[in-house]
Ligand binder design. Structure first.
Ligand SMILES: Nc1ncnc2c1ncn2[C@@H]1O[C@H](COP(=O)(O)OP(=O)(O)OP(=O)(O)O)[C@@H](O)[C@H]1O
Ligand SMILES: [Mg+2]
Length: 1010
């Protein structure tokens, strides 16, 4: 027997090539007999043997459908280095071991490979990408590299399809081989960063947080035959699938139990509107003009003058809802209503919507088998008109219910399609003689070519029939009906403010405290009803709104309304569907800002003006941006703040930084004459572009906002340890934090433990108990490993960054500099990675403070300046003193005492205005020190005395020691020259510093005492 791979001749009966181990036989999945490896049919039972060749499992290009592959490859460059929200699917074969044990491995493979084939097919059916084939399982992503607005739904459907097909295959196996196979599937949704896509479509990506980890765990936790999903996936697929809640379940690697759901079956909802009907629709508002138009069309069509109405609008504006209202109105009482629509993953399935249309016409149900279908279709067609019996075969073919041996099947595919189209047309027209028909066809932007042909044919046929063809689509869909006299287009736009308010009121309730929130919502969702509903849902999920729908109260002050994941997914998918060059233009524009001056865009985009103009025209046609004004200079605007955010959010940090830096230069050139008007913008781009010197330069000119932030937002409620600490109420804070930690421990609440450790660290630091602080903070650093490093546990910054940075500062006080540097740098590096203002400031300050403490004053300046810029631009003014005060000290120590005093004064003023007591004594010491260095000993003395008093009052022991050091230095020099008093201060400070193990300070004081 010749090996197909190496051509080696092998003895008859051999199963593998003796030279290269390639299988020489293929095993029949039906009867188990072996046939030569190139056989198409089994030599024993003639069953089909063509199975997925094993080699096909190797690289993604081998199994990714061509149309997807092309789309991915043409937009490759636009897709890499992007953040994507995805659903991750893990599926693996269970009980493969038993199969493998008592069988020849090659036999077993032959039984298992078809399962892998089924898994991959299901992924591809819903346009996911199989990213890894591992042993007996696969990992697939839905939503990357190409974003899908319904990634979670697709993944759920794929999982259902896998389970169903595998169980059918298992049935065959059981009959033929007595072997069993089952699969376990796990799903989770979250972010990933697509790093690169090879020409073989292999995608490198990194998961953000524990997206993939958790999906893998779901799969491992699933019993064979089951599919498990997380909250995150369910939230985006609610209504589309039925699930059983399994309750919070401990998951290895995660601190808190995770709520888990098991998929039961597909839900009844096929569209988003159906899914939201289950939750209850909001009261219908506005749209009077559109309803009128529909009524007119209905009257016309009812009188035998067929009409075509197209409702056009962006996702979520209410196209489906408008039809829903029409269908349920009394006006369509005597009409036959047929509803169908395209689906996002249906573009490659010919006639999918027609399937739906026929199902609704023939009243078919999901449980019907081919025989039921044949009976129902034949019965109804013949009842309608015996003369139409020739329509039966093509109609059944459309429904996949025609037996293979039927003569119709012998026709060429094109002929079959043509006849099918004609049959549907004839059927509907004939039916319309009995009563008028309303055909609702939704979401034409996803239509497949075959259905489009049918639609065009229908459009031509209706003008003399009592048919109202009502279609809807998003702006990107194109058609050629514009000139038809019986065609009308209804554009629906965002709801006007009054309607938006009317929509929100029954949703939120009327409590006066909600009024600002309501305003914020309307502004943000810009009148899009779906966005409004989803934003409310997000606010409820994040406990900003508590209570019952229609009677909500504020749970906490909303800091910002995040983009709901559903909305985010819709917008990301729209952006990904743009041609790559347009998408890039949109992203570049997003870096410029929500408002995009033409002059800046032209210079930033780095391509010919004409091209940009055309690109912008397309982006306007797609309704992503619009022309805001033409005079005095053209300016474009993102249609939605949310679109802007999503476009900007998809860019990775590196690219954003580069574009911001470029924009900075462009603005400086373009507005050279009027730079003063642009300082805000300049500072923003310099900061985001990390051009630090310019950022500082422009910031000095921006000035600061006088607004005082609300402390409890950042630190937790008034009784929380964070809040008490920041107010300087250390004893009370300590009691509460210790209590919280004990509660956390006894309830196994990891979040409480982490938060309390962090607060304890801060409190002990302020009290001068550095060893205890180190112990508490070290515990967090030890606990927060792996994915936990990216969890916020309800803190404003990342606990690992905050704890690591504070730990470094405490270690520096104790003189353990090497450890301090290591922790500070690690915390800072992580902060840079997550790019979040609070963490960044704390991370940078940690590095700067450690530098200061070990005498590297110059080196300290850069990170502290960066922290200052971020604190100024972020919306968390509380951070300002944290960055400004040490920078002020660093400036002063480097001989720039005037700048230093300026900053320190501002820091002291602002903390006093905000009543932030924590560590205030230390800031006073530094302000005194800067004054001493600047040659103002009187001021230095004043601040030193205030520092000492504050430190003693609050119990800031370490800072008391620093106050004593400062006072000693002041009184020793001119004009006081009081050596004795100075020595007293030094001695007292030394005792304290030694007691607190503050080695560096103690060393300094000891030198002065001698
Ligand atoms: N006029 C309205 N009054 C109250 N609620 C509305 C109104 N219009 C839309 N909604 C609600 O907003 C949500 C989105 O509407 P709908 O599903 O009709 O959008 P769509 O335009 O069909 O979007 P897509 O293009 O994604 O299909 C629904 O939950 C719907 O009930
Ligand atoms: Mg719709």
């Amino acid at each position: 027997m010749k090996c197909s791979r190496c051509q080696q001749d092998n003895p008859a009966g051999a199963r593998f090539c003796g030279q290269c181990a390639t299988p020489l036989v293929v095993v029949c999945p039906d009867c188990g007999a072996a046939s030569p490896s190139d056989s198409k049919f089994c030599g024993q039972c003639a069953a089909r043997l063509e199975r997925e060749p094993v080699a096909k499992l190797a690289a993604p290009h081998a199994y990714t459908p061509k149309h997807l592959a092309e789309k991915i490859l043409t937009s490759q460059s636009a897709l890499v280095g992007e953040r994507k929200t995805v659903t991750v699917l893990f599926a693996d074969l269970k009980s493969s071991m038993e199969l493998l044990l008592d069988r020849d491995p090659e036999d077993a493979r032959a039984l298992l490979d078809p399962v892998l084939g089924i898994l991959m097919e299901a992924v591809h059916q819903f346009e996911g990408t199989v990213n890894q084939v591992m042993g007996d399982g696969i990992m697939a992503l839905f939503g990357a590299p190409l974003a899908h607005e319904d990634h979670a739904v697709r993944a759920c459907y794929a999982a259902l399809m896998m389970q169903e097909r595998v169980s059918r295959y298992a049935e065959e196996l059981r009959r033929g081989h007595g072997a069993d196979v089952q699969i376990r599937v796990g799903l989770n949704s979250g972010e990933v960063v697509v790093r690169s896509i090879g020409s073989d479509l292999h995608m490198d990506y990194s998961a953000v947080g524990h997206t993939t980890h958790l999906a893998g765990r779901m799969q491992q936790l699933a019993r064979p035959g089951a599919t498990l999903l997380t909250d995150a996936t369910l939230a985006s697929a609610e209504g589309y699938v039925e699930v059983k809640a399994l309750g919070p379940t401990p998951v290895r690697g995660l601190s808190e139990p995770v709520p888990i759901y098991e998929m039961v079956r597909a839900g009844s909802a096929r569209t988003r509107l159906h899914a939201s009907m289950a939750r209850g629709l909001t009261r219908f508002v506005g749209r009077d003009a559109e309803i009128d138009q529909l009524r007119v069309a209905l009257t016309e069509a009812g009188a035998g003058r067929g009409q075509l109405v197209a409702v056009v609008g962006e996702p979520g504006v209410g196209k489906s809802r408008l039809f829903y209202e029409l269908i349920r109105s009394h006006r369509t009482g005597n009409w036959l209503v047929l509803e169908a629509g395209s689906v996002s993953y249906g573009r490659t399935t010919p006639f999918l919507p027609v399937h739906g249309l026929l199902k609704s016409y023939f009243k078919l149900s999901d449980g019907d088998d081919a025989r039921d279908l044949r009976a129902k279709v034949t019965g109804r067609v013949l009842t309608l008109d015996e003369g139409l019996k020739d329509l039966v075969a093509p109609l059944l073919w459309l429904l996949d219910a025609l037996p293979d041996e039927h003569a119709f099947m012998a026709l060429e595919v094109d002929q079959r399609r043509a006849q099918a189209v004609e049959s549907v047309r004839v059927l509907l027209l004939r039916e319309s003689r009995n009563q008028p028909i309303l055909i609702v066809l939704e979401d034409l932007h996803w239509i497949d070519a075959a259905t489009q042909t049918l639609l065009d044919v229908l459009v031509e046929s209706i003008p003399t029939a009592p048919v109202l063809l009502a279609v809807n689509y998003r702006p990107e869909y194109r058609h050629a009906w514009g000139s038809k006299t019986y065609y009308r287009q209804l554009r629906i736009d965002a709801l006007p403010r009054e309607s938006a308010e009317a929509l929100l009121e029954p949703l939120l309730g009327t409590h006066p405290e909600l009024r600002p929130l309501q305003r914020m919502l309307i502004e943000r969702a810009e009148g899009n009803p779906l966005f409004l509903e989803e934003c409310v849902r997000t606010l409820v999920e994040t406990d900003v709104l508590i209570g019952q729908p229609g009677a909500y109260r504020l749970g906490k002050e909303p800091i910002a309304i995040q983009a709901p994941t559903t909305v985010q997914a819709i917008l990301a998918a729209r952006i990904d569907r743009l041609p790559p060059e347009d998408k890039e233009l949109l992203q570049t524009a997003s870096v410029i800002g929500k408002d995009v001056p033409w002059a800046v865009l032209v210079e930033t985009a780095e391509r010919p003006e004409e091209e940009i103009r055309r690109g912008l025209a397309r982006l306007q046609a797609a309704e992503l941006v619009y022309e805001a004004r033409l005079f005095p200079a053209p300016e474009y605007t993102f249609k939605h703040a949310l679109t802007h955010e999503v476009a900007y959010g998809s860019l990775l940090q590196e690219r954003r930084r580069a574009v911001h830096a470029r924009i900075l230069g462009v603005i400086e050139r373009v507005y050279a004459e009027r730079l003063a008007e642009q300082v805000d913008r300049l500072a923003h781009h310099a900061f985001r572009g990390e051009v630090w010197d310019k950022a500082l330069h422009y910031l000095r000119r921006v000035g600061t906002t006088g607004e005082l932030p609300r402390v409890d937002e950042t630190f937790g409620g008034p009784e929380s340890p964070g809040y008490l600490w920041v107010r300087g109420e250390y004893d009370h804070a300590l009691t509460v934090a210790l209590r919280d930690r004990a509660v956390g421990a006894s309830f196994g609440s990891f979040g409480d433990t982490v938060r309390s450790n962090y607060r304890l660290g801060q409190i002990y630091y302020s009290l001068g108990d550095y060893p205890s602080a180190v112990e508490a903070l070290e515990r967090n650093v030890e606990l927060l490993v792996g994915d936990l490093r990216r969890e916020s546990f309800g803190l404003v910054g990342l606990p690992i960054v905050l704890s690591g940075s504070w730990l470094a500062i405490c270690l520096a006080e104790l003189g353990r500099f090497d450890e301090a540097v290591t922790h500070a740098e690690a915390a800072d590096a992580l902060a840079l990675e997550v790019d979040q203002p609070f963490s960044l400031v704390v991370g940078h300050v940690g590095v700067g403070m450690v530098d200061l403490w070990r005498g590297e004053h110059l080196k300290a300046i850069a990170p502290l300046e960066r922290a200052l810029v971020i604190s100024r631009l972020s919306d968390i003014p509380l951070l300002f003193p944290a960055a400004a005060a040490p920078l002020g000290l660093a400036y002063a120590l480097e001989g720039r005492s005037h700048e230093g005093i300026g900053l320190l004064e501002e820091a002291v003023e602002r903390t006093e205005a905000m009543e932030l007591g924590a560590n205030h004594a230390l800031r006073l010491v530094w302000l005194g020190r800067a004054n001493l260095l600047a040659g103002n000993p009187e001021a230095a003395r004043r601040f030193g005395l205030r520092a000492l008093e504050t430190a003693r009052k609050r119990g800031e022991r370490g800072h008391e020691a620093y106050s004593l050091e400062l006072l000693g230095d002041v009184t020793r020099g001119a004009p006081y020259r009081d050596a004795e008093t100075a020595a007293g201060y030094f001695r007292e400070g030394l005792v304290l510093a030694e007691r607190l193990s503050m080695r560096p300070l103690a060393t300094g004081l000891a030198g002065r005492v001698r």
